[in-house]
Design a protein around this ligand. Structure first.
Ligand code: M6R
Length: 612
């Protein structure tokens, strides 16, 4: 993972780099560092977050028209000052930041050791900067050529920025399988892992392609070439200015802000796709490819984490409405078996960030096999969006909290619309049913606002259970993935061990875990499964489990077998997973806060997982 920010031009680069790193902290936040060129090359790095780096640097001289910065998510080597980037070559001449993994670093390190090199860190990245120096000094190469030759020997993935103190008017950048964006202005160039931190300054960008290197000069000119040293004419793209509001407003965390934004974010996802007057769903990505969608052999959905959970709900929706067989795959597993993908299959890749390495790799495999690929992503211009045949954006704005909340409800909303749209094209849904569900989509934002009123109750539930070590989440049908998602939210931000299960599976094993210390969250908003869920709850209560039931308003549920009952506004059964997931987000948030956890930046995690 890791975030890279750089500047070369006429201004002071340091404040620009620090501002950009703060926007890139979603990619990792265990240590951070900067290198600044101001006649000499100054380097500062520190374990901890970007604001800790800022405090560490604040008494230092930071002016200089070239600056590189890095915010790290550790792969090789623990988070500490030495392993933080930038890394410096043995002579001190070359400095580099890296996002990715150098898979053959051990062999290169042994080679360099025989040549007299020693290492200050445990990272694979330091091996690369030393290797670049070895090329440069052994063959007396210019820095750009040394980088190009060194990269020819590299196995793995990288986005790098390299600074040579003997060439203080330029920097070298290169990328393979990790993103790097160049922002162009008249006499300056910005470098970043995504376009957001750049778009504050310029909207003209180049998304560097795999296998490309570039030399960027301090007068704003550049030269792009590939690893064979052939010149590349880049495509210049105009991105939207990221006018996102990064302020917390009245909230104590981005996660809480994003949970409470959901009426607006779901509205932003749904309303451009619903023609209220005609009562029709409009998805150009499907409307323009009707034949592909109506004749699809099967749909394969790939994603990771929360996006995978959304995919599981999508499977339920598409199979029941559109009568197409759907497989949902962990993107990380997909390409390591021999998945059967035929040319009339559709592969849907779901990703909030659009940068998840596993999902991208699965998508590339689907492209190679000739499937029609369809990305559902949030980040415009992201790599997954650019590698798909068609893309539908979630439109929910930047999601900053590591725990995905507003992206999940938008993903499920979008998948619901996709299922309905395909069903309409194929004629697998009765016209009256279609006409009755579509207006209910438009009612969702209001119902989400009502559901958020469960906040105080979820605080009360959290106060009863935040000291527990384990929790179970149960659901049936489309609420089973909601249970999985509730468990994931809880474990990733509160560090309470949690499991999600299909309710009926409980008796095949997990029931052994139930005692008076086990809270069990039962998502029972789907009335078709209500009587069976009541039986499951009886089984839990008979074993002294503590039961928190989520049911639909107006549904009868025996109070004597529950410890807490949470009512969710009534909606169409297919839409209820969207509402049911919200109190679970609130529970995870409150439990984590009560345990003193950092809900926005939980330990060991990063928002965007760009390594395998
Ligand atoms: O950006 P993506 O949707 O591809 O990310 C996938 C997962 O890494 C992500 O959903 C992760 O599980 C979240 N931390 C869950 O809250």
């Amino acid at each position: 993972m890791c975030g890279i920010m750089g500047y070369i031009g006429r201004k002071d680069g340091y404040p620009i780099v620090i501002d950009g790193l703060k926007k890139l902290e979603y990619r990792g936040y265990d240590s951070a560092g900067v290198a600044i060129m101001n006649g000499t090359l100054s380097l500062y790095k520190k374990q901890g977050k970007v604001n800790q780096l800022e405090q560490y640097v604040h008494t230092q001289k930071t002016n200089g028209n070239i600056a590189l910065g890095h915010t790290r998510w550790a792969t090789h080597g623990i988070p500490n000052d030495a392993n933080a980037h930038p890394h410096r070559s043995q002579s001190g001449r070359i400095v580099m930041v890296h996002n990715g993994i150098i898979e053959n670093y051990a062999a290169l390190k042994s080679f360099l050791t025989t040549k007299g090199y020693s290492f200050q860190s445990d990272t694979d990245s330091e091996v690369l900067v030393q290797y670049i120096e070895w090329y440069q000094s052994t063959y007396q190469l210019k820095i750009g050529e040394a980088v190009r030759r060194a990269l020819g020997d590299i196995e793995g993935s990288y986005a790098i920025v390299v600074l040579d103190s003997m060439n203080p008017e330029s920097v070298i950048v290169a990328k393979q399988d990790n993103p790097l964006v160049l922002g162009l202005n008249e006499d300056e160039i910005y470098i970043a892992s995504d376009a957001n931190p750049i778009s504050t300054y310029t909207q003209e960008v180049i998304f560097l392609q795999d296998g490309e290197c570039a030399e960027l000069f301090d007068d704003g000119t550049y030269h792009i070439y590939d690893l064979e040293n052939e010149n590349v004419i880049p495509e210049i793209t105009t991105v939207k200015c990221c006018d996102e509001n990064y302020s917390l407003e009245e909230y104590d965390s981005y996660m809480l802000k994003e949970i409470f934004q959901q009426p607006q974010s779901v509205e932003a996802c749904i309303s451009p796709r619903v023609d209220v007057l005609q009562n029709e769903i409009l998805i150009p990505e499907i409307d323009n490819h009707k034949r592909i969608f109506s004749q699809a052999g099967k749909i394969i959905i790939v994603g990771c984490g929360t996006s995978w959970h959304a995919g599981l709900i999508g499977e339920y929706l598409i199979e029941s409405l559109a009568d197409i067989s759907v497989e949902v795959e962990y993107a990380s597993e997909f390409r390591y078996r021999s998945p059967i993908i035929r040319e009339n299959d559709i592969v849907i890749a779901i990703s909030q960030s659009g940068e998840t390495a596993d999902t991208l790799a699965a998508l590339k495999l689907a492209n190679e096999k000739g499937a029609f690929t369809y990305a559902l992503v949030n980040t415009e211009g992201s790599t997954i969006a650019r590698h798909s045949d068609v893309v539908s954006y979630l439109n929910v704005g930047v999601e900053i909290g590591v725990a995905s909340t507003k992206a999940f409800t938008a993903q499920v909303s979008l998948l619901t619309m996709i299922a309905l749209k395909i069903a309409r094209i194929k004629g697998t849904i009765k016209y009256n049913e279609y006409k009755s569900i579509v207006p209910q989509l438009s009612d969702l934002p209001g119902l989400i606002a009502q559901t958020l009123k469960s906040n105080d109750l979820m605080l009360e539930v959290a106060m009863s259970h935040f000291e527990k070590d384990h929790a179970l989440f149960l659901g049936r049908g489309p609420n089973f993935p909601v249970a999985l998602e509730g468990a994931l939210k809880l474990k990733e931000i509160s560090y309470i061990h949690a499991e999600g299960y299909p309710a009926a599976e409980m008796k095949h094993g997990p029931i052994a875990l139930i005692d008076e210390n086990m809270p069990v969250f039962v998502i029972a908003t789907n009335s078709s499964a209500l009587s069976k869920m009541i039986s499951n709850v009886q089984e839990i209560k008979s074993r002294k489990g503590q039961v928190i039931v989520f049911k639909e308003e107006g549904q009868e549920f025996p109070e004597e077998i529950t410890d807490h009952m949470v009512s969710i506004p009534k909606t169409h059964e297919l839409l209820s997973p969207i509402l049911a997931s919200i109190p679970l987000q609130l529970f995870a948030y409150h439990a984590a806060k009560l345990r003193g956890c950092n809900v926005d930046q939980p330990r060991n995690l990063a928002k965007s997982v760009t390594v395998e």
